[in-house]
Design a protein around this ligand. Structure first.
Ligand SMILES: Cc1cc2nc3c(=O)[nH]c(=O)nc-3n(C[C@H](O)[C@H](O)[C@H](O)COP(=O)(O)O)c2cc1C
Length: 360
């Protein structure tokens, strides 16, 4: 992979530009606008202090969790990220294999460059599917059907990007999909559209493959139309979390799209307690944005998150070493989480809570 030791997620971040194109790295690392939210996600984790307890038996540390009846080895999930073939020629299949190896769960993206059918065939473990509601609801229904028929065990509807955010870095880098790399789940739209520039051609505000007119009624219809759990990704407000529960949604992902959507939206860790309080344990609350270390995983779980997701970290792994790189990043996070648990005095995830936070 690299002659320099890759000990941390930050080492992978630093190494990634040597292995992927400038355009791909700008797309991957960039946030919206000035990057205020992107930085704030990290700052919010850094501000929290863990308050360790001693002389508790931590000779066996168990990171396993159960989500919607499935046992997972780890509370660290792989967030949906588009266009993996920009980062490594094996693209999504390398990520599927690494997630399998880790016993973790991958949320496959609508904007994957490998079809959900091919990803599911390559996976020995269940996948979840991330959905963008498209302007054409018939096309949306077709994508959902493909995901469910492929065996995806949950649909994660991303709701935080109804219009484009100003992605200055990727625009400056002239980001576009290389020849032959297309959004395979949208192939039915025709190769020209499925492989069209990331930026819409018609207007700069709207995106021709993400609906700007979606409302709670779409969500309720979607909830009623599938048998698998439906989660909403991109919830930042307690009232939206309550509404989601009221509409029968099965889980929430507290997310600001990794700082890629509305710049100056709050850091996810800052709003997590409000959302956990609003949900009151009725459905799982996941969180993403800025998780870079095992201590971050422990902090999020102490604040009431059921699990965390990482986006950029495993993409950096993919750039650096394909399947092996993703596997190593997941392993680093797993080992660091075990260390953080043991040093905090917790042997299982149920032992994490606000009592282990110093400034709560
Ligand atoms: C390169 C890249 C592509 C992404 N693509 C999608 C996507 O297609 N759908 C989606 O819901 N979120 C997408 N996201 C957001 C991630 O799911 C996740 O919310 C974010 O990466 C978490 O922040 P982190 O990168 O700091 O871990 C993307 C993020 C990145 C970095």
């Amino acid at each position: 992979m690299s002659e320099v030791p890759l000990l941390t997620v930050a080492d992978f971040e630093a190494a990634a530009p040597r292995f992927a194109s400038h355009r791909a790295i700008e797309f991957l690392n960039g946030g919206a606008g000035e990057g205020v939210t992107l930085r704030d996600n990290i700052r919010a984790f850094e501000q929290i202090r863990l308050w360790p307890r001693v002389l508790r038996d931590v000779s066996r540390i168990d990171l396993s969790i159960e989500l919607f009846g499935r046992k997972l080895n780890s509370p660290i999930l792989l967030a949906p990220t588009g266009y993996h073939k920009l980062f490594h020629p094996e693209g999504e299949l390398a990520v599927v294999r690494a997630a399998n190896e880790a016993g973790s769960l991958l949320v496959a993206a609508t904007f994957a460059t490998t079809s959900i059918e091919d990803m599911a065939r390559a996976s020995s473990r269940p996948l979840w599917f991330q959905l963008y509601i498209q302007p054409d609801r018939a096309s949306t229904a077709r994508v959902i059907r493909a995901a469910v028929d492929s065996g995806c065990e949950a649909i994660v509807v991303t709701v935080d990007i109804p219009v484009n955010g100003p992605r200055d870095r990727e625009l400056r880098a002239g980001f576009k999909l290389p020849e032959g790399v297309i959004r395979e789940n949208l192939r039915h739209m025709g190769v020209d559209l499925a492989g069209a520039p990331h930026r819409p051609v018609a207007t700069e505000v709207y995106n021709f493959i993400r609906a700007a007119d979606a409302t709670w009624d779409d969500i309720e219809r979607l909830r009623a139309s599938v048998k698998v759990p439906v989660l909403l990704k991109g919830i930042l407000h307690a009232d939206d979390a309550s509404e989601a529960v009221r509409r029968g949604i099965d889980g929430i992902v507290v997310s600001n799209h990794g700082g890629r959507s509305l710049d100056s939206a709050p850091a996810t860790m800052d709003v997590l307690p409000l959302i956990v309080a609003a949900v009151g344990g009725r459905i799982p609350v996941l969180i993403d944005g800025g998780v870079r270390r095992g201590i971050d995983v422990v902090k999020a779980l102490c604040l009431g998150a059921t699990a965390v997701m990482v986006g950029r970290p495993y993409c950096w792994g993919l750039c650096v070493g394909g399947e092996q790189g993703v596997a190593r990043v997941l392993q680093i996070l797993d080992v660091e989480t075990r260390m953080a648990m043991g040093l905090t005095g917790a042997s299982h995830l149920g032992g994490l809570g606000e009592q282990l936070l110093y400034n709560s």
